[in-house]
Design a protein around this ligand. Structure first.
Ligand SMILES: [Zn+2]
Length: 223
C-alpha cells in the first residue's frame, strides 16, 4: 500500500462527491426555499453548506462502521483485499450504469412534485414558514438520506485504516459542500442552466465511470 493510491482514491472521491451533488435533491430544495424565504446569497450558501455537512456526516457514520470492521478483522492486510474492494466498486459502477441506461439519472428519494398538464414534472415550492423551521426541514431532509455512492469509496479506503477514513471524510465533505453550493448558487443566479441539465442527465453515468476508475486503480496499483 502506498499514499499515491490513497491520493488517487481521494481525488476520484472528490469527483464522485461533486457530481453526486448535481442530483436535484441536493440543490433544488435550497433554491426553492431561498426564494420563498427571501434569503440573501451568503445566508443561502451558509445554510446549504450546513445541510451538506450533515448529509456527509450521516454517510461518514456508515464509513466509520465499515472501517472499524475492516480494522477489527484486519481485512486490509489480506492479499485478496484489492480484489474484494474492486469487486464492490465494479458492482456499484454497474448499478449506476444501469440507472443511467434506464434514464434515471437521479438517486435518493423524490422531492415533492406535481405533474403539469403537458406531462412535465415541476417541483412544488415549499410554503413560507419561520426561518428556523425552514432550516430544520432542509437539514433533516438531506441528513436522513446517506449518499450510497460514497460507500464503495470508503470500502476501497479500508486498507488505509483510520488515516484513510479521516482523509476520505474530509475530501467527501468538501466535494459535496462545494458541489451543493455551486449548483444552488448558479441556479439561483439563473446561470449555467444548460450545463446543469447536462450534469443532471449524466450524473449516474459519471459516477459509474469514476467508480470503475477507482476499481482499476485498486486492482492494478495495490499489490
Ligand atoms: Zn447525497
Amino acid at each position: 500500500m502506498n499514499d499515491a493510491v490513497l491520493n488517487s482514491i481521494a481525488l476520484t472521491g472528490f469527483g464522485v462527491a461533486f457530481f453526486h451533488a448535481a442530483i436535484p435533491t441536493h440543490w433544488l430544495p435550497f433554491v426553492l426555499t431561498a426564494r420563498v424565504q427571501r434569503w440573501s446569497l451568503p445566508r443561502t450558501i451558509a445554510i446549504t453548506a450546513l445541510a451538506g455537512t450533515g448529509h456527509v456526516a450521516f454517510t461518514a457514520l456508515l464509513g466509520f462502521a465499515m472501517t472499524w470492521l475492516g480494522v477489527r478483522l484486519s481485512i486490509s492486510s489480506s492479499t485478496w483485499f484489492p480484489r474484494i474492494a474492486a469487486g464492490i466498486l465494479f458492482a456499484a459502477a454497474i448499478y449506476y450504469a444501469f440507472r443511467q441506461m434506464r434514464g434515471h439519472g437521479h438517486v435518493h428519494f423524490n422531492y415533492p412534485h406535481e405533474h403539469l398538464h403537458d406531462g412535465t414534472v415541476a417541483p412544488v415550492p415549499p410554503p413560507r414558514v419561520s426561518d428556523r423551521a425552514a432550516i430544520w426541514s432542509l437539514f433533516a431532509f438531506l441528513t436522513i438520506s446517506p449518499c450510497e455512492a460514497f460507500l464503495p469509496i470508503y470500502a476501497s479506503g479500508i486498507r488505509y485504516g483510520w488515516k484513510g477514513f479521516v482523509a476520505l471524510t474530509i475530501i467527501l465533505s468538501i466535494g459535496t459542500v462545494v458541489g451543493m453550493v455551486v449548483f444552488t448558487t448558479t441556479t439561483l443566479a439563473g446561470l449555467n442552466r444548460l450545463r446543469l441539465e447536462w450534469m443532471e442527465k449524466y450524473e449516474s453515468g459519471t459516477i459509474a465511470g469514476l467508480l470503475v476508475l477507482v476499481a482499476l486503480l485498486v486492482l492494478f496499483l495495490e499489490r
